[in-house]
Ligand binder design. Structure first.
Ligand SMILES: C[S@@+](CC[C@H](N)C(=O)[O-])C[C@H]1O[C@@H](n2cnc3c(N)ncnc32)[C@H](O)[C@@H]1O
Length: 172
């Protein structure tokens, strides 16, 4: 079963504005990443189109869609959950949604690296201590430690991102 073009087109027409960018959530699109999320957060108006069943008639896609975005290389039943992923990730960059400082040191935000490990109270949990340096109050050394841990974590968990980071470092 394929969604009919005229129905989708009428829905689009009822929402269209001159600034609208139409995104079709689709496994055939480019896979969403943080860079794209930040770019989309600067758009004035996003219209998100979700398919169901086999998808949507190609003619209306050709007519109205600016970009196809996937949330990963797997197939879901419909585009609603991918749309929620997009809305959640993009809206975090809209003023007033969350504290801006929370965005600055997250995974993918610091030179494309994953975030360093986080700790909170208690100081000792099941015999494991919070790293001494984090209790020192020495901000420069703490920042240095965090950078090293971010690099180490990225190298271990996402060698693909680490490779990109190294390449950028070498070219800078
Ligand atoms: C069952 S899927 C259709 C799959 C399509 N026949 C194909 O093989 O590429 C139905 C709808 O779910 C959404 N969808 C499924 N997987 C997705 C993904 N990985 N990313 C974004 N949207 C997805 C799309 O809107 C799609 O039109």
């Amino acid at each position: 079963m394929v969604m009919m073009p005229d129905v989708v087109y009428r829905a689009f027409k009822s929402l269209e504005t001159k600034d609208a960018k139409v995104i079709y959530m689709s496994p055939k699109g480019n896979v969403l990443d943080q860079e794209k999320v930040v770019k989309l957060s600067k758009e004035k108006h996003l219209i998100i189109l979700c398919g169901h069943y086999e998808g949507i008639d190609q003619r209306v896609l050709d007519e109205i869609v600016d970009e196809e975005i996937s949330i990963g290389d797997y197939v879901l039943t419909g585009g609603e959950i991918p749309a929620m992923v997009l809305v959640d990730s993009v809206s975090r960059y809209i003023d007033g949604v969350i504290d801006n400082s929370s965005l600055e040191e997250e995974s993918f935000s610091i030179e494309g690296l994953l975030e360093y490990p986080q700790y909170t109270r208690p100081e000792i949990f099941e015999g494991k201590k919070v790293p001494e340096i984090l209790l020192s109050g020495h901000h420069e050394k703490i920042n240095q430690w965090r950078k090293e841990k971010a690099i180490e974590t990225t190298k271990k968990k996402r060698p693909d991102l680490y490779k990109k980071y190294k390449k950028k470092e070498e070219n800078s």
